[in-house]
Design a protein around this ligand. Structure first.
Ligand code: AMP
Length: 146
């Protein structure tokens, strides 16, 4: 199998993000691959639907700006240039797959909390990304060990 050429790393901006990027970088440097990062903002309307008759656009703009600043800080601290940073609105697993397709990435890297019980039944972003993936997926174990 040939080495990975392009790696897409899913970043939720939590403190796990450093560890996930370090793992991705280790794979990227052994394969001399390009690293791209994506952060997905879930629209508030997904959470509240039509239940609350409110205009969320002001809050949504504020969330977008904050997330962009955080992603920029994160990317700069890891030396990832602007062309390799992606911030989009939507459902994380859907947008991660869509960008991986657009970039023709060979590998997607996500964090995985190794949940059990009810949380496992409710699913996770890592499961969502793995489901129907057309490329390799590396799930980096994050969170507290158990
Ligand atoms: P979760 O299943 O939500 O605990 O997230 C597990 C992993 O999925 C995170 O460590 C990230 O790699 C990825 N992920 C979750 N939410 C997002 C998001 N909004 N944008 C990008 N990646 C995400």
């Amino acid at each position: 199998m040939s080495d990975y050429g392009k790696i897409l790393v899913a970043i939720d901006l939590s403190e796990d993000s450093n560890r996930i990027l370090q793992r991705a970088r280790a794979v990227a440097s052994s394969a001399a691959a390009q690293l791209h990062i994506i952060h997905v903002i879930e629209p508030l309307s997904f959470a509240y639907g039509g239940d609350i008759p409110m205009d969320f656009s002001g809050i949504q703009d504020e969330i977008y700006q904050q997330a962009t600043q955080q992603l920029d800080r994160f990317a700069e601290s890891h030396g990832i240039d602007k062309a390799h940073r992606h911030i989009v609105m939507g459902r994380p697993e859907v947008e991660i797959h869509a960008l991986a397709e657009e970039l023709q990435a060979d590998l997607i890297v996500v964090g995985s909390h190794g949940r059990h019980g009810l949380a496992l039944l409710m699913g996770s972003t890592a499961n969502g990304v793995l489901h129907g993936a057309k490329r390799d997926v590396l799930a980096v174990r994050v969170g507290s060990p158990d």
